[in-house]
Ligand binder design. Structure first.
Ligand code: URA
Length: 436
């Protein structure tokens, strides 16, 4: 086998045999296939696509390219959750303790934010002392004892994806459904999940800008899960406007705590309960979505989900008092307000621009190495469809640098649109995709 022939085969619309995909992924991981050939290959896949069988094989080869976690010593069905990334998306901070409180073991590896989209691991570091790196034994022990641990992604997981993703990023080949689907699913499979719940974001602040694209990606990932024997369900949810009101690490942790206390924004609570309910179904703990949703709602009302978060924070080196007194979480030095220049109805809150404003403040990183400021961010006051009054507060900017606050205000202003006529509210959940 040689790589030139394999590139030509895909360029001409051919379908690979499993051993050909294995040859490509092994060769790229061990360095015998150079970046320039892999770039040409990625572009051929971009244009020609892959069959579901090819995509499943690619996923398995990438999952097997490095360390794989065996979660079988932890009893119970381990259901993992993954969001394709968004702005103000603090769902994991809520869903993980929520389903753990309902008895599902959560052994979760999460990522850091990149660009305008946030990451769970950064957010958790808002708790002073919180350890995102645990040894494998500590990780397993904590899941056995507390039912919940969230750590950063192990350095040795899916090295093929790490290399290929970095290459795609600079060769205009990111937006290929088989490549995105295999990238995400290989990480979930290597992390040992028995079943997988995907939150596929769609809209201005998401990777997939249209519902058709989001549907195609969701179908592809569900199909991969089916082909490799991991039951997978995808919820397609809105990312045209930020989720909830808070954007920025410590601010989002506070909002997640409010939701876990039964006092959070309705959209965040609804999405978290929907995702959590699907996880209960996947784990075989419930058979009806409505019953699962209500069971989790009870966990918010009776304080058990909040207590589970506090237990995890304590187990990972933080002070659980911060969970019960979130105003003690680190805060920025200054707040500034953005006021409405006219009365009317909010017809648009561009999530990508608001995410970019948060990055301007220092809440996100432009490269993986950039340090971030956990205290800064934006508190929005409205959702799309709300009436606003001239002079009313549209957003509160939390900053440690007044120059950056001014830049962020301008960016947020450009993200918001106020119109005369009452406009429709934005849907939160568009679809649920499963193999059946
Ligand atoms: N997220 C991933 O992990 N991989 C992709 O290719 C795109 C988004």
């Amino acid at each position: 086998m040689n790589m030139v022939d394999l590139i030509a085969k895909k360029r001409d619309g051919g379908v690979y045999a499993p051993e050909e995909i294995a040859f490509i992924i092994r060769g790229y991981t061990d360095g015998s296939i150079p970046d320039y050939q892999m770039s040409a290959w990625a572009m051929a896949v971009f244009f020609q696509g892959m069959t579901p069988q090819e995509t499943a094989e690619l996923t398995l080869q990438m999952a097997e390219s490095g360390e794989q976690l065996d979660l079988s010593p932890i009893p119970g069905c381990k259901v993992d959750k993954h969001s394709t990334g968004g702005v103000g998306d603090k769902t994991t901070l809520i869903v993980a303790p929520l389903v753990a409180a309902a008895g599902i073991p959560v052994a979760k590896m999460s990522g850091r934010g990149l660009g305008f989209s946030g990451g769970t691991i950064d957010k958790l570091e808002s708790f002073p002392g919180f350890q995102v790196e645990l040894s494998r034994d500590q990780f397993f022990q904590q899941v056995r004892d507390a039912g919940l641990a969230i750590i950063g992604q192990s350095g040795n997981l899916t090295p093929a994806d790490k290399k290929l993703y970095a290459l795609r990023d600079v060769t205009a080949t990111v937006e290929a459904v088989p490549l995105i689907a295999s990238s995400i699913m290989s990480k979930k499979i290597a992390a040992g999940a028995d079943a997988i719940l995907l939150d596929v974001k769609v809209g201005r602040g998401a990777f997939m800008k249209t519902l058709d694209q989001a549907n195609e990606l969701a179908q592809a990932m569900v199909q991969i899960g089916h082909n490799v024997g991991r039951q997978t369900v995808a919820v397609i949810s809105d990312m045209n406007q930020p989720l909830g009101f808070a954007v920025g690490n410590a601010l989002e942790v506070k909002e997640a705590i409010a939701v876990l206390s039964g006092q959070g924004p309705r959209d965040v609570e609804d999405l978290a309960l929907t995702i959590g309910a699907h996880m209960l179904l996947l784990a075989g703990q419930e058979t009806e979505l409505e019953a699962a949703y209500q069971r989790l709602q009870t966990m918010l009302q009776n304080g058990k989900a909040l207590a589970k978060l506090a237990e995890m924070v304590q187990a990972q080196g933080g002070d659980p008092a911060f969970v019960y007194e979130p105003d003690r979480l680190p805060q920025a030095a200054y707040t500034r307000q953005l006021l409405a220049s006219r009365s009317g109805y909010l017809s648009q809150m561009d999530a990508e621009k608001i995410g970019q404003a948060a990055v301007l403040l220092g809440a996100g990183r432009v490269t993986k190495e950039t340090p971030i400021d956990l205290t800064v961010g934006i508190l929005l006051n409205n959702k799309v469809g709300d009436a606003v009054e001239k002079g009313g507060v549209l957003a509160e900017i939390h900053a440690n640098d007044l120059g950056k606050a001014e830049q962020a205000i301008k960016k947020i202003e450009s993200a918001l649109e106020i119109v005369d006529q009452s406009s429709s509210t934005q849907r939160l959940i568009y679809d649920v995709v499963s193999a059946s």
